[in-house]
Design a protein around this ligand. Structure first.
Ligand SMILES: *Cc1c(COP(=O)(O)O)cnc(C)c1O
Length: 370
């Protein structure tokens, strides 16, 4: 490359590994005396599985969860032999031997996966029982039918897990039902470590902690208790660069569909980020950015590679080509963007695009200025 990649990129994505580590420590304290694993599926919710896992392993995390076999193989190659890596989706037919070859612990979700793993019985596996999600995991009927057989399969049971459907809604009646069903299942697997809580489940209290928790989203700054103050540190800062600033007269339209019409004359900045970068089209007319701590409204529709902001109230010296607009950060967090886009922070993070220039802040570095 002929110039600095940070100079060429339309946007910079800064990922604060120190904030991820401090979020993990906070969750681990909340879950104690239970242990705390970390979920790094979908490339650590879009933020980079290898750097995130290395930082968390250095902080003392020993068990990591990915979603797929290929995510597990890539992470094993990046990390070396040390930490345990478990794969939520379990083995698809014909892949059991590869799990063993890469020292990946499959989560066995249905009877066929258990049968397939019986041939690899020297290698540990995790049993998933469904307690109210109806997604993955043995149904109560299947588990009841199988429970007496499970010790005889010869499989080394590393853990038994289940997943809460409504943990972000503490008053939901299903939480206690799932907890009780899971507790009953654990009694049939004595001595096997049990895990029910993801990020939000940790905040439901000690009855939900069992032997280890497995948070994902909260590590990356998503609020595990929607509607209450967020105890997690923000992890990402996204700065988009201004390509052009123009003066616009009253009555002129901005962007596709002429969907925004200027009510008064103003200045519009065009930024090099669009829905192809995960700046969701549903942020059209609703999102915002910040320059020097001042809120600037997003104008019109988000395009594939571009988005426009009203910078009429910003000094021309600050809003000029090459200057940055903060799209995610302390002023406008992942959950704020999610609320404006009509989605959840998880989707904002996992959508963050591959065209951004990524900068990792080392856990030992001084935190980003607030
Ligand atoms: C994704 C996932 C988690 C982590 O959930 P968060 O809400 O991101 O903390 C834990 N367990 C299972 C089974 C999952 O699929």
């Amino acid at each position: 490359m002929s110039s600095d990649p940070a100079a060429r990129a339309g946007a910079l994505l800064e990922i604060d590994l120190g904030a991820i580590v401090s979020n993990w420590r906070l969750l681990a304290e909340r879950a104690a005396p239970a242990q705390c694993a970390a979920v790094v599926k979908a490339n650590a919710y879009g933020l980079g599985a290898a750097p995130v896992t290395r930082a968390l392993a250095a902080a003392g995390c020993r068990l990591f969860f990915v979603a797929t076999l290929d995510e597990g193989i890539a992470l094993r190659a990046a990390l070396g032999p040390e930490p345990e890596i478990a794969v939520f989706n379990g083995p698809l037919p014909g892949t059991a031997a590869e799990f063993a070859a890469h020292r990946l612990i499959p989560v066995l979700n249905e009877p066929g996966q258990i049968t397939a793993w019986t041939g690899q019985k020297a290698s540990p596996a995790i049993l998933h029982v469904d307690t109210g999600m109806s997604r993955l995991g043995l149904s109560t009927r299947e588990f009841t039918g199988f429970a007496d057989e499970l010790p005889k399969t010869g499989i080394v049971w590393r853990a038994i897990i289940s997943h809460l459907a409504c943990a972000d809604t503490p008053d939901h009646a299903l939480n206690e039902q799932q907890r009780a069903r899971f507790a009953a299942a654990t009694h049939r697997m004595p001595g096997v470590p049990a895990s029910l809580a993801a990020s939000s489940g940790i905040f439901l209290g000690p009855a939900y902690h069992f032997d280890f928790a497995r948070p994902g989203a909260a590590l990356y700054g998503v609020n595990p208790q929607p509607g209450r103050p967020n105890p997690m540190r923000q992890v990402v800062r996204l700065s988009g660069k201004i390509l052009q600033v123009r003066e616009i007269d009253r009555g002129e339209s901005v962007g596709y569909g002429a969907a925004h019409v200027m009510q008064k004359p103003g200045r519009v900045a065009t930024v090099a980020v669009g829905y192809a970068d995960g700046w969701l089209r549903s942020l059209s007319h609703r999102g915002c950015g910040y320059i020097g701590g001042k809120r600037i409204p997003l104008l019109g529709r988000v395009s594939m590679d571009l988005v426009t902001f009203d910078v009429s109230a910003i000094d021309a010296a600050q809003a000029r080509p090459g200057a940055s607009i903060e799209l995610l950060g302390e002023h406008y967090g992942v959950d704020d963007a999610a609320a404006d886009a009509g989605t959840i922070g998880y989707e904002i993070l996992t959508a963050l695009g591959s065209r951004f220039h990524r900068i990792y802040r080392d856990p030992t570095a001084t935190p980003l200025p607030e």
